[in-house]
Design a protein around this ligand. Sequence first.
Ligand SMILES: [Zn+2]
Length: 300
Amino acid sequence: MEPPLFVRIALSALALLSLGATKPEPRAAASKDIAAACGTRDGWSEPAPPAHIHGKSWYVGTCGITVVLVETRAGLVLIDTGPKDAAPHVLKNIRALGFDPRRIKWLLMTHEHFDHVGGMAAIQRATGAKLVVSPGAEVAMRSGKAVPEDPQAALLAKYPMPPARVDRVLRGGGSLTVGETRFTMHANPTHSPGSASWTWQSCDAGKCLTIAYADSVNTISSDDYRFTAHPERIDAARAGLRTIEALPCDLLLTPHPGGSDLLERLSGNAPLTYQRACVAYAAGGSDRLAKRLDREAQGQ
Ligand SMILES: [Zn+2]
């Protein structure tokens, strides 16, 4: 026996409503003004709402650290996690967009420091996803401790990370294809030995462009470290800057959103895409490295 028509209509409306409640349309759920939501807050673990980047790419990080979610036909990809205590905010943002974190299949990362990947072990537990790293980041991710070659090693020793499981090591220029999207890794050891940038194509309403999530270009160090005593590190940093300069780069993302006015750009207060974005970003890094080497040469 079939229930009366009005009962069936009511039931299907209810089903639709409950579907809507558990699965919000990601674009509708995303914040239109993440810059205003964060205001002057830029702490690494300060909660930010999720925001739309372009196509199927989303900002799910905090006010001070970028975390990127990309939807593909074969599941979700997350790049970076933020620090350990930000992991719950990141998972909440993913759910707020209507995505189940257990649909995350791959975890990618920029560099092996606790502010960007301290939450990796927790996110791995919550998702079961596989982690892909650059060769220079492998040891630090497995151990949770910075390698001695890292100019910030002495500083980072105070902030160990929970060790993560490394599932794949990808060389610079290598790529990972997930569904219809190919993520290419570019090793650029400017900021740390394992620094990596990622590029992928994003299409939105028929318009396609390349997103470049370019790693940090700061050459900072612990107090007692001198770059001039490590010429191989200077060479690596310069090579990394050349790699970033040459990235296909229509839309620049940076691990610290302030590094490219990202929150302002996501909020429509500044152009989301602009010419030579990665060239300008790398030039800023080159400039700071040159000044640093000058100061060291002057014995400061
Ligand atoms: Zn760092």
